[in-house]
Design a protein around this ligand. Structure first.
Ligand code: PAF
Length: 281
């Protein structure tokens, strides 16, 4: 496995490799890797000749400076994990390599970004779109792999790819969970032992909510789920919304043939976690 820090070096290496029609699968990450990321790498490896993983903590997608400072950085460990997962190339640029000048792009994603993460983290998705577009231009992959834990992010990237007419196949990959149900996340390593022991409740309550939704309206299901979290003092939900899985707009009623996704963002022990579950597919 080779690690590149400079765009020009990576580009010239990839150009040589792709001269023999080799396909490239790309997994963009911010590092602090876990089994969820490795499952994307393994899938990319099975479907492509070359796998490129980027590790870049993208400052422009953090709307909270404290969150950026506390974001875990574990490059040596990440590189070791990627080597054993079969990754071919790591791209780990410095901030000034990705952004020699302050990025000026401003995307309008309409209603897709006015809800959930977009509502609570202003500017976040613009920062994601800017960095993913740059990474796509640098790596020029045939396929790019994204985890469905960041469900709204995937919808935004899909829209950005359409708007920019980028030739890449986006491959959504299911959430990978710990044996106790907690969705894998780089932020989990910041949970103290008490919070870690409570964290599986997030998925357990999402599952119970799905059962309750068989008898309740979407709004009543939302209220029921929120009341479950609010009864545990350590949890502070930021939002829990049941939305149309395509438009991401909140739904008022269940409709035959319309898929509905339940998404949550919640604070636990000072750590912000997100998760989701399809309530109707
Ligand atoms: O999902 C992430 O880790 C990041 O948002 C991404 C897609 C790597 C862009 O920085």
């Amino acid at each position: 496995m080779i690690v590149f820090n400079k765009i020009a070096d990576l580009r010239s290496y990839l150009q040589q490799q792709t001269e023999d029609n080799k396909t490239t699968g790309f997994v963009p990450t911010m590092g602090a890797l876990h089994e969820g990321h490795l499952s994307l790498v393994r899938r990319a490896k099975a479907e492509n000749d070359l796998v490129v993983v980027s590790i870049f903590v993208n400052p422009i997608q953090f709307n909270n400076q404290d969150d950026l400072l506390k974001y875990p950085r574990t490059l040596d460990q990440d590189v070791a994990m990627l080597t054993s997962a079969g990754c071919d190339i790591v791209f780990a640029p410095e901030v000034n390599e990705m952004y020699p000048d302050k990025p000026k792009e401003h995307y309008d994603f309409g209603n897709l970004e006015t809800v959930m993460e977009g509502h609570f983290r202003p500017g976040h998705f613009n920062g994601v779109a800017v960095v993913v577009k740059r990474l796509f231009e640098i790596v020029e992959p045939e396929r790019a792999y994204f985890g469905e834990k960041d469900f709204q992010q995937l919808a935004i990237i899909r829209r950005m790819v359409e708007m920019e007419n980028i030739q890449v196949q986006l491959v959504p990959c299911s959430i990978v969970r710990e044996p106790d149900g907690l969705a894998m996340s780089s932020r989990n390593m910041r949970l103290d032992p008490k919070s870690r022991s409570l964290a599986p409740k997030i998925f357990a309550i999402l599952l119970e909510g799905k059962k309750m939704s068989q008898q309740l309206s979407p709004k009543a299901t939302e209220d029921w789920v929120l009341s479950q979290f609010e009864s545990i003092t350590e949890f502070t939900p930021e939002y829990f919304t049941i939305s149309d899985a395509v438009t991401l707009q909140p739904i008022k009623q269940w409709e035959e043939g319309r898929s509905a996704i339940a998404c949550i963002a919640i604070y636990l022990g000072g750590v912000r976690l997100i998760d989701n579950l399809m309530y109707r597919s």
